[in-house]
Design a protein around this ligand. Sequence first.
Ligand SMILES: [Mn+2]
Length: 419
Amino acid sequence: MIFSTTAITERKNRSARALSSVLKDEDTVLIYCGTPIQKPGGFDQTYPFLPHPDYFWLTGSRRAYGVSAFTKAEGWVDFVLPVTREEMIWEGGAEVMPGKDLAEFSSWLGKRNSTRVFILGQEGNDELVKIQEVFSRERRKKDSEEVELVRRLASIANAGYLKVKSTIRPGISERQIQLDYEAAILQAGSEKHPYDSIVGTGSNSAILHAIPTSRIVKDGEHVLIDAGADIHDYCVDITRIFPASGQRSSQLKNIYDIVLQAQKESIAMCVPGIEWKDVHLKSAKVIAQGLVDLNILKISAEEALSTNAVSVFFPHGVGHMVGLRVRDVGGPYNPNPKKYAGARLRVDMQLEENHLMTVEPGLYFIAALLHDAETRRTYGDQINWLEAEKWLSFGGVRIEDDILVTSKGAVNLTEVVEK
Ligand SMILES: [Mn+2]
């Protein structure tokens, strides 16, 4: 087990208090771990199994088939699948947390005779959405063991970033950089990759989710790497920029300094009570001002925010919740996210103590946007298109760290990775 009994007990107590405040005496809440999925035609082969994050967070157990039930009268009751004879023979056993035998679950639930049974992690009515949100609100607050694990993951990711720093040079391919990074983090203790590593060289650095290709990085170009590390689905999400030659060109310095300034100012805002959209708008403002100074925007920074012109160069939100999976439980159910300064923010909520957020502003010259007829029409006289086009071969810059919100201010959990 990766978390101590003390930490798990505290998570159960916290969520029990929260759920008790909204449930009726006869209600039952269920959280299922999930079941392995067979590969088509694969006989006894299954896809790699990931426990439902609500279940793993609550119990610390990754054993499939389990279910944890909450009632006001009994609190949390865990039902687990005991080790099977087959597992003893083929796998030498299995890790099973203490709990009631799963075989007793149906009769236990039948005896409860609950009028309302809420199954977390499933689609449902407004009432279920409300209960889910009460639970998620607790899950968003990282405890000290989760924070320690994220710090450990940051140092594992750092092994990858140190490796690529030593191997990046003109002539190396995106694919080779990816392999260097991923081999290094696996050797350093990462179990898997939390998401597909992004490696973009030259103009590919403006592709937001660049899939590494055989493209060779040239002298004078830079490499954008957005990659993390993962243990038991906990992860870090980090982006760094590497000049091929080892030295930042003056062109790169211009853009890098703007993005770094945006990131610094946004990170400083990550304290309890702040609206996430304001953290986004801060980065948008700094980036817009940078574009004004570079003679790319023909309007003021304030105007570029109100007309959304800044989103031609900063088209995504400033970050998201991270920790247990790369998109951690991000906020109340938000199917139609609002746009702020032209960017759709899937996370749109107030920050609380112990939230863990990525802060990842970026400034890109994206051909698909700069050459788009509608974008040209919409921002016709607001953007100096000739000037912007000069940067197309440059690509883009993003800088990303994972920031813990504390009452004493923002704490950068990934600062071990040099910028
Ligand atoms: Mn990210």
